[in-house]
Ligand binder design. Structure first.
Ligand code: DC
Length: 228
């Protein structure tokens, strides 16, 4: 008997986590939760209201006033902050360059991890982020660590940004490397590759190949297959 499982996908910025997860979830009828979008939504709200993002006390006081909602629609994920659709704004370089600082704050993580566990509680879910296999869903039936070189990841991000923002490939690669550093070295829930994760390097894999690899792993795990 196969069952609907919980899938944790972690990895550094630009590894392809959200592009891949979105497609896999749609093909399998799973719910996809982009946890990075949640950290981005909080970051947008703090910047918009002028809260100093380095001030842990100020951030903590602002959090109860930020109502975050994710809606899965036909055209993709919609992120609402206090009822306003900020799905586009959260992808700008401005938000991207501040999000790791916000994601390092304990109060922010506590709030979002609770929401994420709640959303995942029914199973049949794919969550992507940095701490899914280690903190959010340590009992997930399948854990994946998706990664690629900084050059590959920077290039992918640059392709996504180049038409809407005046930014060089070098600058995007530098931002990706800086975010890696912050996400991997922070005190609260740093990005780690847990022992029971299946590592997938995507440098030389197409989206289709990565999607198929993941679907095969999920199908096996649904039948109760081993993690590795
Ligand atoms: O995946 P992304 O680039 O949208 O993530 C944005 C930032 O949020 C990333 O720099 C690290 C942080 N993040 C996190 O700390 N934990 C998660 N579960 C997801 C994202």
């Amino acid at each position: 008997m196969s069952r609907r499982i919980s899938v944790a996908i972690d990895g550094p910025a630009g590894a392809g986590k959200s592009s891949i997860s979105k497609v896999v979830a749609k093909k399998l009828g799973y719910l996809y939760i982009d946890t990075g979008a949640m950290y981005r939504g909080i970051t947008w709200a703090l910047l918009e209201t002028g809260v100093s993002i380095d001030d842990a006390e100020a951030v903590s006081q602002a959090l109860p006033h930020i109502q975050l909602e994710l809606q899965a629609t036909e055209s993709g994920l919609v992120v609402l902050v206090n009822g306003r659709d900020v799905s586009q704004e959260i992808r700008t370089q401005y938000v991207t360059s501040h999000v790791s600082q916000v994601a390092a704050q304990k109060a922010v993580r506590t709030k979002l991890v609770e929401m994420q566990r709640d959303m995942a509680s029914a199973g049949g879910v794919i969550l992507d982020g940095r701490d899914i296999g280690s903190v959010v869903l340590p009992n997930a039936e399948l854990k994946i660590y998706l990664t690629a070189s900084v050059e590959t990841r920077g290039h992918r991000r640059w392709l996504e940004l180049k038409d809407s923002e005046n930014i060089s490939l070098e600058e995007v690669c530098r931002t990706v490397a800086e975010r890696d550093m912050m996400d991997m070295n922070r005190k609260e829930s740093p990005l780690v590759c847990v022992d029971d994760a299946v590592v997938i390097e995507t440098d030389h894999l197409s989206i289709e190949e990565t999607v198929q690899t993941l679907i095969d792993l999920i199908r096996k795990a649904e039948l109760g297959g081993c993690h590795g």
